[in-house]
Design a protein around this ligand. Sequence first.
Ligand SMILES: CC(C)(COP(=O)(O)OP(=O)(O)OC[C@H]1O[C@@H](n2cnc3c(N)ncnc32)[C@H](O)[C@@H]1OP(=O)(O)O)[C@@H](O)C(=O)NCCC(=O)NCCS
Length: 236
Amino acid sequence: MTSLTSIWPLFSLRLSTPRLELRPLRDEDIPRYVDAALSGIHPPETMPFTFPWTDVPADELGRGTAEHVWRTRLLSRPGDWAIALGIWFEGELVGCQDMSAKNFAVRRTVSTGSWLKQAVQGRGLGNEMRTAVALYAFDHLHAVAAESDAAAWNAASLGVSASVGYVPNGVYCGEARRGEAVDMQRLRLTPGTFRRPYWALGVEGHDAVASFLELPSTPADVTPTPSPALSAEVTP
Ligand SMILES: CC(C)(COP(=O)(O)OP(=O)(O)OC[C@H]1O[C@@H](n2cnc3c(N)ncnc32)[C@H](O)[C@@H]1OP(=O)(O)O)[C@@H](O)C(=O)NCCC(=O)NCCS
């Protein structure tokens, strides 16, 4: 019989770290994902997400969440893609780590976003899951950069970024809730600043993903090209 992974090869992907397993959310995972979100991600008076999806009434969160997961699939094709990786810790789905790209063959850059249920925050898991996608992005996707952003007040998210090796990359004005402006900190990670962990990442299903997304099979040539202005300055 035809398998689901042959129809949607992204479901083959499985990343493992010392304590976590990361794998693309399947429909049967959505109720657990919603339960994790409903258990509480952040205090209600703060909004860490650019799209305030946790503000909706509890009985509407499930449908909105399912639509988000389905949308990430619909928008995934060679070049432009988004993968919502569920985070499994001690057999329980406890959060999500998104990884997405636009025109990846040219930009070789991934963007990430993440959350964990409050009950498991502050135990180093945020660092472990972001480190996992950075390892996958650099060592398997041949990315040259990973980008992220966070509200300037979000010490936990900025703490994860700093601990993984991201460097600040500018500030812009975002909107946390309707009518609520917030300074957003952009962050950028490159192989040169990445703090590699002591552990090795377990990866299953990458070949199927690479073929489906038509990923580049070789590292990018990132030799910097001197700009014409700079060349002119140093020419005698
Ligand atoms: C952001 C989030 C995923 C971080 O995960 P976490 O498991 O709590 O973070 P970790 O325990 O891995 O901490 C990683 C680093 O950040 C630091 N950190 C964590 N929380 C912090 C806080 N509140 N204040 C300051 N530093 C903090 C830790 O000290 C650690 O640094 P170290 O490795 O140098 O010791 C989690 O807190 C969360 O889901 N928050 C709500 C949703 C959210 O803000 N998502 C991000 C939207 S941009």
